[in-house]
Design a protein around this ligand. Structure first.
Ligand code: SF4
Length: 270
């Protein structure tokens, strides 16, 4: 059995910023899509708020790794006691690519899930002509334009990039492509694809609402290997797992290392 994963550096940075913030602290949205991490933060006194208006005037507000649109940041800075910007540097790179391209006159197309907070934030930097597509089918249905700048959601599936670019190329005269994919996510997917070939079954550990954890499970399913998704060790369905000689345990980028160790320890004990 081989455990792999743990919080990525972007999420870890935001969680540490919240833990170390002075005085009353609120996080704008979940800092990690993981119940254990969020429970620990609540116990440490961090309040989770859903909108910028919920921030109290005496609170320090943490902007999570997904980042926010410029007007949200300005509003927070005007209303909260202090703001700690824990936008992941890789997300920041996507925001800057979008704002630079828009300033140079390139209409921007953001490739990702429109309702994802990271995409909402990047769109805020990308100017009025911005479009969002989630896959090649949507890209193909865009109107023709002479040129477009392309920015990817950092966690977009690397195996779909070529297909989306080909579709965008079919409706655009000139494309300027910014490689804004996160290598941590790409590497985690490559690892799980390799493990799925080597072991009898894979246990994916992570929050039920974590899309990158769900994406890891999809990679395993695609390889035809049995996959079990759990949030914590107590969720393991122990009966079925005894039949496998080798198991791999892997977590998404918002899964803390302790959760992986707990799961691995329970499986070893079994
Ligand atoms: S997955 Fe990548 S881009 Fe997203 S927070 Fe983690 S390191 Fe940053």
């Amino acid at each position: 059995m081989m455990p792999g994963g743990g919080l990525c550096f972007g999420v870890k940075r935001a969680v540490e910023a919240a833990r170390n913030a002075p005085g009353p602290t609120a996080a704008l949205g979940e800092l990690a899509h993981n119940p254990k991490v969020m429970d620990d933060l609540r116990r440490a006194g961090v309040r989770i708020i859903e909108s910028r208006e919920d921030a109290g005037p005496d609170e320090t507000v943490i902007v999570r790794s997904h980042g926010v649109a410029p007007e949200v940041m300005a509003n927070l800075e005007a209303n909260a006691r202090d703001v700690i910007d824990a936008t992941c540097p890789r997300v920041r790179r996507a925001q800057l690519a979008a704002s630079r391209s828009a300033a140079e006159g390139w209409p921007v197309v953001v490739v990702g899930r429109a309702s994802h907070p990271e995409v909402e934030g990047v769109v805020g930097y990308a100017g009025d002509a911005t479009e969002v597509v989630s896959d090649a089918g949507e890209a193909r249905r865009l109107p023709h334009r002479d040129r477009r700048a392309v920015v990817f959601q950092t966690t977009f599936d690397p195996s779909s990039v070529d297909e989306v670019l080909e579709a965008l190329g079919s409706v655009t005269g000139e494309l300027k492509v910014h490689d804004t994919l996160c290598t941590v996510v790409a590497h985690r997917r490559e690892t799980v694809a390799r493990l799925a070939e080597e072991v009898d079954a894979v246990v994916v550990v992570g929050g039920a609402n974590s899309s990158n954890t769900a994406a890891l499970a999809q990679v395993v399913k695609k390889a035809g290997t049995p996959v079990y998704c759990v949030e914590r060790a107590k969720d393991l369905p122990m009966e079925g797992l005894g039949e496998y000689a080798t198991l791999a345990v892997i977590g998404g980028t918002s899964t803390p290392w302790e959760s992986l160790e707990e799961v691995a320890a329970r499986l070893k004990g079994y």
